[in-house]
Design a protein around this ligand. Structure first.
Ligand code: HEM
Length: 492
């Protein structure tokens, strides 16, 4: 074949694939873009996808489609469309996509965060019931968290006058203990290998996880990249292997002291449920040993960095706005004084609540939540949305919508204070998302944020790191985490 024939064939193949690409776009989608054949719009996405999503919303409106590789995706960029999808059409929009970043070492997706269908439904219900039974959302969890806070405060007190330090490590250590208390009924000393190992693996994950990695949309890439020694994928695989091993040993320890019928912590309750089900059905597939490892890990992974980073941001904003810090300390001094705080105090401390709300809004810690999936063909605002469309809610766009907030760029807790001095709870503040897939740990996170923030403000004043400017930059990732976590404290 001569050169001209080869070139002609190449042009024909390109034209055919472009035609095929555009012909396979379903009819009656909302406005949007298919991007380029095969790769879709993926190459044009910023590593912080919400930035690109905002730009596309300016062109296509608040509901639009975009292709990630050949994966059709629906982006929801305002409160009304997210509410319609996740509340009004909640069941249809409650699926999850297969994200390779969350595969276990066998290439499977398990646990509760990334699964859907009957397995997810039963486990989500079980987790929420178990957290409630163990006192989350009620006051019975409070003494356990307050006890953990004492250990945490004692560590921080040693740092006064010693220059700036990484607050996140201390907070993550303490938060992971709160989850340990719920999952396996015990806290660990801060130098215990389980704690060090958990923090190391979470740090590894934070450094390498991507929201829209190419391997998710081109699964054949993953084995290829692993063969080519991709450091990122190797670290991800290592994170998962270490985490599975650690959790298996924690569960084994808890199970070795387990007496049939116990339900004092999550592992015990799970084993009791599993035994009861196995008696009735020897082929039980929902409550399994591997399921327990994956779900317990999900709780540790979802419940550690989220609450810890929210509190690091809070400390940084307090250091940046000393007059706001002074005002909240005054409120705490006059309402609670030096006694231990209680979650019941919150109705008398509206400014504490307003600051926590404003941190949720301005930080938007999980900017695009976790992608959802449409589980059956549906219509949405008159458009046809096919089964298996990925759905990405841009929660950060809601938190920065000037129509809802007026001056979203400003840190202004007062926006949450009502005319009678009470703390407002607008329905469009969505840090935990909404609907069937909303954060299962929200009640725990709310108690933690309140008790830790009040305890910190009773004991310390936050200051910028010595000799340095506070930086509010954050590296790309699932969570918006501060790039530089250094901060100074002064004991009050
Ligand atoms: C400030 C703290 C937290 C924030 C901002 C947060 C936020 C979120 C968000 C946005 C989602 C995704 C919702 C969606 O897909 O629509 C989520 C899911 C989840 N979170 Fe949290 N979270 C926090 C703390 C926690 C804690 C402490 C736990 C653990 C006990 C937890 C457990 C979970 C679980 C299990 C899911 C998956 C729910 C499902 O897919 O059904 N989170 N969280």
């Amino acid at each position: 074949m001569d050169l001209w024939s080869i070139l002609t064939w190449v042009v024909v193949i390109i034209l055919l694939s472009v035609t095929y690409w555009y012909m396979t776009i379903p009819n009656n989608l909302p406005p949007g873009t298919a991007g380029l054949p095969i790769v879709g719009y993926l190459p044009f996405f910023n590593l912080q996808p919400n930035i690109t999503m905002d730009k596309l919303a300016k062109k296509f409106g608040n509901i639009y489609y975009v292709y990630m590789g050949s994966q059709l995706s629906l982006v929801l960029n305002d409160f009304e469309s997210i509410k319609q999808a996740f509340l009004t059409q909640g069941d249809t929009f409650a699926g999850r996509c297969h994200l390779t970043e969350f595969e276990n070492t066998n290439g499977e997706i398990s646990g509760v965060v990334m699964t859907d269908g009957e397995f997810w439904k039963q486990h989500r219900r079980f987790i929420i019931r178990n957290l409630r039974d163990n006192g989350v959302g009620k006051l019975t969890i409070e003494p356990l968290i307050l006890n953990e806070i004492q250990y945490f405060l004692n560590e921080l007190k040693k740092l006064d006058g010693k220059g700036s330090f990484d607050l996140k490590t201390y907070l993550a250590t303490s938060m992971t203990n709160n989850i340990n208390i719920l999952v396996n009924g015990r806290r660990y000393n801060y130098d215990h290998p389980i704690v060090a190992d958990t923090l190391k693996s979470l740090k590894d994950f934070e450094e390498v996880v991507q929201v829209l990695p190419y391997e998710t949309f081109f699964p054949w890439l993953k084995p290829l990249l692993l063969k080519l020694n991709s450091k990122r994928l190797a670290r991800l695989a290592n994170f998962r292997a270490m985490a599975d091993k650690r959790m298996a040993s924690v569960i084994e320890e808890t199970a070795s002291n387990f007496v049939a019928g116990q339900t004092d912590n999550y592992v015990q309750a799970f084993l009791t449920e599993k035994n009861n089900r196995s008696k009735n059905n020897p082929n039980e597939t929902i409550f399994t040993d591997n399921g327990l490892i994956a779900i317990a890990l999900d709780l540790v992974n979802a419940g550690t960095d989220t609450s810890a980073s929210t509190l690091v941001w809070t400390a940084m904003y307090m250091a940046k706005y000393p007059e706001i810090q002074r005002k909240v300390q005054d409120e705490i001094d006059s309402v609670i004084g030096q006694r231990e705080p209680s979650y019941n105090d919150r109705s008398n401390t509206p400014y504490v609540e307003a600051i926590i709300n404003e941190i949720h809004r301005i930080v938007s810690l999980v900017p695009v939540a976790v992608p959802h999936r449409v589980i059956k063909d549906t219509t949405f605002y008159g458009y046809n949305i096919p089964k298996n469309t990925m759905v990405i809610p841009n929660l950060k766009a809601v938190h920065y919508d000037p129509k809802l907030w007026g001056d979203p760029e400003n840190f202004r807790p007062e926006r949450f204070i009502g005319s009678n001095g009470e703390c407002l709870k607008p329905e469009y503040l969505l840090p935990f998302s909404i609907g069937k897939r909303a954060c299962a740990g929200e009640p725990l996170a709310r108690v933690e944020l309140y008790l830790y923030f009040v305890s910190l403000m009773q004991n310390f004043t936050f200051l910028p790191p010595e000799g340095k400017e506070l930086s509010f930059e954050s590296p790309p990732g699932f969570l918006i985490q501060p790039k530089t976590k250094l901060i100074s404290i002064k004991t009050r």
